[in-house]
Design a protein around this ligand. Structure first.
Ligand code: SF4
Length: 258
């Protein structure tokens, strides 16, 4: 697929926005707090991150220079509620070292770097992967890049737009080619998808109540005889040849032969 269909992408956005309203992301008081949150939220839920950030704020440590001065062990103790605290303390220190060496500790200076150059640099920091790097770019520096996460991927797979083995880079490329949005749009869309994933498109999906249940999805696009989910090609074929069947169970070609 070269790009996602643009109209449904907009339709999904409109429905999510109408249902959930503006999400006001990222919940932080400064770019540095966004970066700390983006690193701490790896493999844990946001409630735990909030506790760790509250600890840092309570000690006046939500500041790059102050965090640079304290030891790794002290930092790990403060962020303990976020889980994997030794690893995450190291990752925070890695980011701080990078900021100090490359940008003299100035996030303003860092924010002036061209987006893709800065992305490459962030990805070279040990412990910073694509989702964290893009969260920093989008939410700390307001760069126009779309953050892909497990919620986004789950929704796209279930709606037959990508296969389960699609990787981060290809999903992001498809999305950005289709939406062509600015930072504000990417900001809101990602936040809405997270809300969708938490409330409806969960491991056990709540399709009946979901605002996207009128948009075709694979849980319904299955063969009514063998129950195999249709491939994206089969769904597209149905869309072209028999649009009235979209969203309904029908019969796959193999079963139709018998
Ligand atoms: S309709 Fe179902 S599969 Fe689609 S987003 Fe909603 S919960 Fe997920």
């Amino acid at each position: 697929m070269q790009s996602f269909p643009r109209a449904p992408l907009q339709k999904i956005y409109d429905r999510l926005y109408k249902t959930f309203g503006q999400q006001h992301w990222w919940p932080a008081e400064s770019p540095f707090e966004v970066i700390v949150g983006a690193i701490l939220t790896q493999n844990t839920n946001w409630t735990n991150v909030e506790k760790a950030i509250a600890n840092l704020r309570g000690k006046g440590l939500l500041d790059l220079e102050r965090l640079k001065e304290i030891s790794l062990n002290e930092l790990a103790a403060h962020i303990r509620p976020a889980g994997y605290f030794n690893i995450k303390a190291r990752r925070l220190k890695n980011f701080i070292d990078f900021a100090c060496v490359q940008y003299k500790g100035s996030l303003t200076r860092m924010s002036r770097r061209p987006m893709m150059k800065l992305r490459e640099e962030l990805l070279e920091i040990n412990g910073i992967g694509p989702e964290t790097a893009d969260s920093i770019l989008l939410y700390a520096f307001h760069k126009p890049i779309f953050v892909v996460d497990a919620y986004t991927k789950r929704m796209l797979v279930r709606h037959n737009w990508i296969s389960r083995d699609s990787d981060y880079q290809s999903i992001q490329k498809l999305w950005m080619q289709s939406q062509g949005g600015d930072a504000a749009q990417y900001n809101e869309y990602h936040a809405l998808l997270v809300r969708l994933g938490k409330e409806f498109c969960r491991p056990n999906p709540r399709c009946e109540q979901c605002p996207l249940n009128a948009i075709s999805y694979s849980l319904k696009h299955k063969c009514r005889i063998c129950h195999r989910a249709f491939t994206p090609q089969e769904v597209r074929q149905t869309c072209l040849s028999a649009p009235q069947l979209m969203g309904q169970d029908s019969t796959c070609q193999a079963c139709a032969r018998f």
